[in-house]
Design a binder for this molecule. Structure first.
Ligand code: ZN
Length: 159
């Protein structure tokens, strides 16, 4: 299917697939989130290291088709340095893009824009969407943990 994409998009996608700057593990990450797309056999794990209210570093590990792995690499690159709110904007924009909407120019999608051509192939949209669905769930779980009442011992010695 990748042969059917515009040449420019295809090159960007293959470059991310073959040589991702963001593949690998991040042991110090506070967020570790995984998911799969059984229709295609794609799997991905994301590691997000948070710092100063921002997503400081992002790495991913996975296997599967070029679209799923390239999308993960592009998303990792796009999210580094963003706040969680900005990350959600990127994710929402990618979902809208896959539905056929034109993205808001104000949102910096980076190389993720190269995935626009994928929406012509509904089966492949699931491959691309795996990455942001996994990260979205990870961010959701993380914010739940942050706001949930702590059941751990407090620093003050209890009576
Ligand atoms: Zn796939």
């Amino acid at each position: 299917m990748i042969e059917q994409l515009d040449e420019l998009y295809r090159e960007v996608i293959l470059e991310h697939f073959k040589h991702s700057a963001h593949s690998g593990e991040l042991p110090e990450a506070q967020i570790r989130t995984r998911g799969d797309n059984p229709l295609c056999g794609d799997e991905v794990v994301f590691y997000l290291k948070m710092g100063n209210g921002r997503i400081d570093r992002v790495r991913f590990q996975g296997k599967g088709c070029a679209i799923s792995q390239a999308a993960s690499s592009m998303l990792a690159a796009a999210l580094e340095g963003k706040t969680t709110g900005e990350a959600r904007q990127v994710i929402d924009t990618m979902k809208a893009l896959m539905q056929g909407e034109e993205p808001d120019d104000a949102i910096d999608l980076g190389d993720l824009e190269a995935l626009a051509g994928v929406r012509k192939f509904p089966v492949r949209v699931k491959c691309a969407a795996l990455s942001w669905n996994v990260v979205e769930q990870g961010l959701k779980d993380f914010s739940t943990q942050q706001t949930a009442p702590s059941t751990q011992a407090t620093e003050e010695p209890s009576q």
